[in-house]
Design a protein around this ligand. Sequence first.
Ligand code: AMP
Ligand code: GLY
Length: 429
Amino acid sequence: MKILVIGGGGREHALVWKLKQSPLVEKIWCAPGNGGIAEEAECVAVDSGDVAAVVALAEKIQPNLTIVGPELPLVNGLTDAFRQRNWAIVGPSQQAAQLEGSKVFSKEFLQRHAIPTAKMYGAYASPQQAYRGLSAVKWPVVIKADGLCAGKGVFLASNAEEATDFIRRVMEKNELGPGGHRILFEETLEGEELSFIILTDGERYAPLVPTRDHKRVFDGNEGPNTGGMGAYSTDDLLPDGLRQTVISKIVEPTLHGLAADGIPYQGFLYIGLMLTKSGPKVLEFNCRLGDPETQAIVARMDFDLAEVLRDVAAGNLQPSKLRWEPGASVCVVLASGGYPGKFESGKPIDGLTAVNHITGVKAFHAGTKLVGESLVTNGGRVLGVTAVGASLPAALSAAYGGCAKIHFDGMHYRKDIGAHVTPLKAAGD
Ligand code: AMP
Ligand code: GLY
């Protein structure tokens, strides 16, 4: 197989690394890739959100299979362009990607199919309507920008003053761009979050191992939200009873709902859950794999990813092929000084060779770039040190042992990935 992977973050590095282990794979390209991916695949400098440019690339290199990492190409209709040409691709259509591309679309979908989610108070396309809508909410309220906002579109407002300020910034001052031109208000949920990702060919589906992401920048869940500072996976994250509830109340109604609405969905579907006292509820859908969840998921894969994704593209997923390593996996993100705010790039990175020599540890690259022979930082999230272990403490100890060997100017990371694991017995059925 000749495979094209779209994207250039830690998620795509983990995918490329795993695909490369398949005896079926002859060649991998990655557009645009990064400094670490360049060691395992041929990187091509193409903007992953530019559908015409990716189509032109595929026309030239003729991959047998294309796998899409990020949401932007999906929301921009990349898979539709490929399917019109009969080219094999893994990822949902532009219409199906609206589950992530529009929070109002996804909330209306959840309500229509009676899938548990936070109650919506209202959706508004003008600031005046939104200010008026505040009189009907309970505090604190969650305010969501409808469109893609690079992780900045969700705000928890404790009172009318904070809410008014946020509405002014996104709807009047345009701070989040077009994604903020419509907003919705919804109930604030409490509980532990869980990322539950499934792979589907439109008919059959297979759940991936459950993961938990750590979104805040500092230890103890302090500071602003980021793209994700680390993730871990153990089967204990989702005890059997709760798993059954998630499948029967959320996953299956979602797939049936999509079919009933005439929206076939093929690819990865990320279901962000809040495990509340009254059961699991959907916080969000993403039309793709998570980052850094993917790094922790890939670390536990005990199957040929290229073969399974080829099957999905052919509409022939065989869920029993997805087998998983028992135990645990962890990914700790090493970030640039100042991230998620302003940060500098171009800092030399030391210690990577030593890390990749530790058994069970792999440093996936996110924001890195090769300048001549040397590797430098090139983004907010720079590396994801990923490890497996027989237990969560063993995986954590291996991952943090790896982090301690790496250095770049301004580097920071959370020391508490995998902590706060509370028993989930109160949630679920
Ligand atoms: P979203 O982009 O919808 O996932 O929101 C980003 C983050 O905001 C989630 O991962 C949660 O931490 C938080 N969040 C979103 N919706 C809610 C809600 N209704 N209640 C509490 N927290 C929420
Ligand atoms: N880590 C959260 C996401 O990928 O959306």
